[in-house]
Every structure is written in C-alpha cells, then in structure tokens.
Design a binder for this molecule. Structure first.
Ligand SMILES: [Zn+2]
Length: 170
C-alpha cells in the first residue's frame, strides 16, 4: 500500500485565478479566458479538489474542448491533481464581461470590440455602434452575419475600405 497523503498544497482561489489569467482565448490569442470573462467560479475543496466553472463565450464556438483542457492543464501545473472543470450556460455569457484591457487589445488586434449591451439596448433601434478598428469610423457595413466562427461578424469600413471582424454583442 502506498501511503497516499492528501495533497497538502494550500492553494488559494486567487492563485488559481492568476494561473487562469495566462490561458489564452483559443481563438483570439491576445486575450485570456479571464479577460473574456469566461471563468465564473473557482473553488478549492477541503481535500484540495479544485473546481473551475466557466461559461463559453458562445455555445457555437468550436473551441469548447480546447478551453476545458487548457483550464485543466493550467490548474494541474500548480500541482493540483484533483481538478474538475465544469461549463455552465446559466447565466449565458455576455460581451459585457469582457474587461476594458481586453477590449483595447481586441482593437489593437484588429477586431472591433463589442458595443456595450445593457439597459440602453432596449430603446435603441438595432443600434450597435461598431467602429472600424483601423480608422475609428462609424461608417461601417456588416457584410456577413457570421465570420470565421459564430462569434464574430464580418464588416467593411466605408471610410478606409478595409474589411474587419467584429464581435457580435450578446
Ligand atoms: Zn476604417
């Protein structure tokens, strides 16, 4: 019999959050999964069991299993052996969970950050003020509802004539 002493690593949830902050979004490597607001909860149980709950950005995103494995690996890299990764769709992910830092990096990466959703949305008529990430013009047209993934839309800027990807606000 092996003497199986339970892991004595005394991990704080904040340490795990820090580790998850270095897990890149599988589709947009300039931002992390925590920047995108995907990680909803981290708990450390009595026996050292770590449970991470995340909400995928879009249920149609093909990267779900990649995110799950990346989370598990990041926690294991901290010396944790007992990891559970759960996904939840309740409440559904919203682009409002993307932090300001990530919005700026999305812009620099050439992806128009999502317009804020929220209360104002109800009184706007299809108003989704997407700006061209290159020249800042609001004079843009959507060319396709879906970009390369379900998460993004394709636009073209009528000012600088450049096509670009934009986030669908949800
Ligand atoms: Zn432009």
């Amino acid at each position: 019999m092996e003497d199986s002493t339970p892991s004595t690593v005394n991990l704080q949830p904040s340490t795990i959050w820090d580790a998850l902050a270095s897990v890149p979004d599988p589709e947009i490597p300039v931002v992390s999964i925590t920047d995108m607001g995907m990680v909803r909860d981290v708990t450390v149980g009595d026996a050292g069991r770590v449970t991470v709950t995340f909400t995928p950005t879009f249920s149609g995103c093909p990267a779900l299993h990649v995110i799950r494995e990346s989370i598990e690996q990041a926690v294991r890299d901290l010396g944790v052996t007992d990891v559970e990764v759960r996904s939840t769709l309740t409440p559904p992910w919203t682009t409002d969970w993307i932090n300001d830092d990530a919005r700026e990096r999305l812009r620099q990466y050439g992806i128009a950050p999502p317009a804020p959703t929220g209360e104002g949305q109800l009184i706007q008529l299809d108003a989704e003020p997407t700006r061209c990430p290159r020249c800042g013009s609001l004079n843009v047209r959507m060319t396709a509802s879906f970009g390369p993934t379900l998460c993004k839309r394709m636009y073209v800027c009528d000012t600088c004539r450049e096509p670009f990807e934009g986030f669908k606000s949800v």
